[in-house]
Design a protein around this ligand. Structure first.
Ligand code: HBI
Ligand code: FE
Length: 296
């Protein structure tokens, strides 16, 4: 597997200054995956499975199991698509990596989830700057089997296309919502706080940190508050937001956001680590280890 994806340009995205690849949709080159690629998948899968017992949301573990994902081999998009289409009308498409935002939103709005076709190298096991196959397939895909979350993701995409037409500030507001829910969200369950955000689910250290460290804030979901809250792209989050249910996410995105963007445009954003008097605080973080600059 040495076909290095063609990098079109670099772009400031919510994951920082990373190369943005072609918008091309590519077939998953499953037969070209090497033993090393499958081994990297197996190592990451088994490691995360152990860590996520008692930490991941019940629905994530249930849908992952229902999809038949396992450590053995890198899953085939075609196999997963048969199940996804039947369950929620979603399908996976192969891409080279990060897409320009509008392209990404258009795919989501049409229930196509872009999955990077290549997997990280063994030396990148613990961190890489851009989403690879493990982040997308292990982290994002299982919950697309849940009808309510699947609707939220499609509504988010449609909202993104609209926000793109409104302007850059609306996009920033919406990207924060994605970041604090789809990527780094927590959910309250009978057993306590659990993880559903893909950025955490696919990360060994943050799966533990987000629930068990005293450093971060854990605050109840409040959509407009989240849309005003800056975040981190290079360290663990300073604040995690907690939903009560996936329905809460879907309900929050029902109204027309245009008046919300107009209101937000007149208001200051909040630093990533700030706690507000109006917050429902599950944990007021100690702030240990926080960097003072670098909130985006
Ligand atoms: N492209 N392939 C891919 N995957 C993402 O998660 C992604 C993207 N482009 C932009 C993006 N995410 C974020 O800026 C979203 O908030 C839009
Ligand atoms: Fe992601």
């Amino acid at each position: 597997m040495n076909a290095v994806p063609q990098r079109v340009e670099h772009q400031m995205t919510d994951k920082g200054y990373v190369p943005v690849y072609t918008t091309a949709v590519v077939e998953q080159p499953w037969d070209q995956y090497t033993e090393t690629d499958h081994q990297v998948w197996a190592t990451l899968f088994e490691r995360q499975q152990k860590i996520l017992v008692g930490r991941a949301s019940d629905e994530f573990l249930r849908t992952q199991q229902a999809m038949g994902m396992s450590a053995g081999r890198i899953p085939k998009f075609d196999d997963l698509n048969r199940m996804l289409r039947a369950a929620t009308g979603w399908e996976l498409i192969g891409v080279e990596g990060l897409l320009p935002e509008l392209t990404f939103f258009e795919h989501l709005a049409n229930r196509r989830f872009p999955v990077t076709w290549w997997i990280r190298k063994p030396e990148q096991l613990d961190y890489l700057a851009e989403p690879d196959l493990f982040h997308d397939l292990f982290g994002h895909v299982p919950l697309l089997m849940n009808p309510v979350f699947a609707d939220y993701m499609a509504a988010y995409g449609a909202g993104g296309v609209k926000a793109h037409g409104i302007g850059p500030e609306a996009l920033v507001n919406l990207t924060r919502l994605y970041w604090y829910t789809v990527e780094f969200g927590l959910i309250r369950e009978a057993g306590g706080l659990r993880i559903y955000g893909a950025g955490i689910l696919s990360s060994k250290g943050e799966s533990i940190h987000c629930l068990e460290s005293a450093a971060p804030n854990r605050i109840g979901f409040d959509m407009e508050r989240i849309m005003r809250t800056r975040y981190r792209i290079d360290t663990y989050q300073k604040t995690y937001f907690v939903i009560d249910s996936y329905e809460q996410l879907m309900d929050a995105t029902r109204p027309d956001f245009t008046p919300i963007y107009a209101r937000l445009a007149t208001q200051e954003s909040f630093p990533a680590g700030q706690v507000l008097d109006t917050d429902t605080v599950y944990n007021r973080g100690t702030g240990e280890g926080w960097l003072s600059d670098g909130d985006v």
